[in-house]
Design a protein around this ligand. Structure first.
Ligand SMILES: Nc1ncnc2c1ncn2[C@@H]1O[C@H](COP(=O)(O)OP(=O)(O)O)[C@@H](O)[C@H]1O
Ligand SMILES: [Mg+2]
Length: 252
């Protein structure tokens, strides 16, 4: 048995809030192997984002353990966490989080700048990632000149640029229509097929059906964890939706 990419043991997180303590996570123990595609589901307030922030080294737990590729992450200081975050994890957010006055290419190259990669190499790697998400001709566009789906693809290219071991996406399709959501999910499925481990949060069952495994949270605990027997193919679905739209538009 190889080491799981992610191991959490009784992971807990509480927040102090005006004299009260909010127990956002109450002992979460999961293992996620390299190459998995996991959807984290659950009602609002169930601890999904808290869990993702811990996995992403954006926050530290109040209790329990977190191991990334066998390395104990819980207990590390903020500099060490930042290093792990920058080199090993790619983040995708609901609101894209692109810099508005910066081109698509520069947005993608930004994490490389932080890790000290030289200019020419930055440009080369960002250009390759831009092409990989199907936007080779949009490198000089600013976010406002791109559709929501294109912006999210730029954000995914940025998440990939440091060659992470893990992509974490919190509601990546939350701001997108059905067809665009399918296209973004198709891209994530394609990356997963190439070996990338993907963990995403969604509250939509339709989106979770593209994953290979669904972990459901409630009140800071995992209440269900199951493999999806036959995940839906997002590329096929996106093509169907596109074809329907063409028929719709051709109607007199
Ligand atoms: N920074 C914070 N300060 C205080 N309470 C928080 C904070 N972040 C989250 N919470 C609380 O922790 C619980 C879990 O929140 P969250 O992880 O955001 O849930 P989800 O993403 O599933 O909606 C909720 O009760 C929420 O109000
Ligand atoms: Mg959330």
């Amino acid at each position: 048995m190889s080491t799981p990419l992610i191991t959490t043991r009784e992971l807990a997180k509480s927040y102090a809030l005006g004299g009260f303590t909010v127990q956002a996570l109450r002992g979460v123990s999961v293992e996620i192997n390299a190459g998995e595609f996991v959807a984290v589901m659950g009602p609002s307030g169930s601890g999904k984002s808290t869990f993702m922030n811990l996995l992403g080294c954006l926050d530290t737990p109040s209790g329990g353990e977190y191991l990334l590729a066998g390395d104990r992450v819980s207990g590390l200081g903020s500099d060490a966490l930042a290093a792990i975050r920058n080199r090993r994890i790619g983040f995708v957010f609901q609101s894209f989080n692109l810099l508005p006055r910066t081109s698509a290419l520069e947005n993608i190259a930004l994490p490389l700048l932080y890790s000290g990669v030289a200019g020419e190499e930055r440009n080369r790697r960002a250009t390759a990632r831009l092409a990989e998400v199907g936007l080779a001709d949009r490198g000089h566009h600013h976010p406002a000149q791109l559709s929501g789906g294109q912006q999210q693809r730029v954000a995914i290219a940025r998440a990939l640029v440091n060659d992470p071991v893990l992509i974490l996406a919190d509601e990546p399709t939350g701001a997108l229509d059905t067809q665009t959501s399918c296209e973004v999910m198709a891209l994530l499925q394609q990356l997963n097929a190439q070996g990338m481990t993907v963990v995403l949060v969604t509250h939509e069952h339709d989106i979770a059906e593209f994953a290979k495994r669904v972990i459901t949270f409630r009140d800071g605990r995992v209440i269900e964890d199951h493999m999806v027997e036959r995940p839906k193919d997002a590329a096929v679905l996106a093509a169907q939706l596109r074809a329907e739209q063409v028929v719709e538009e051709a109607r007199p």
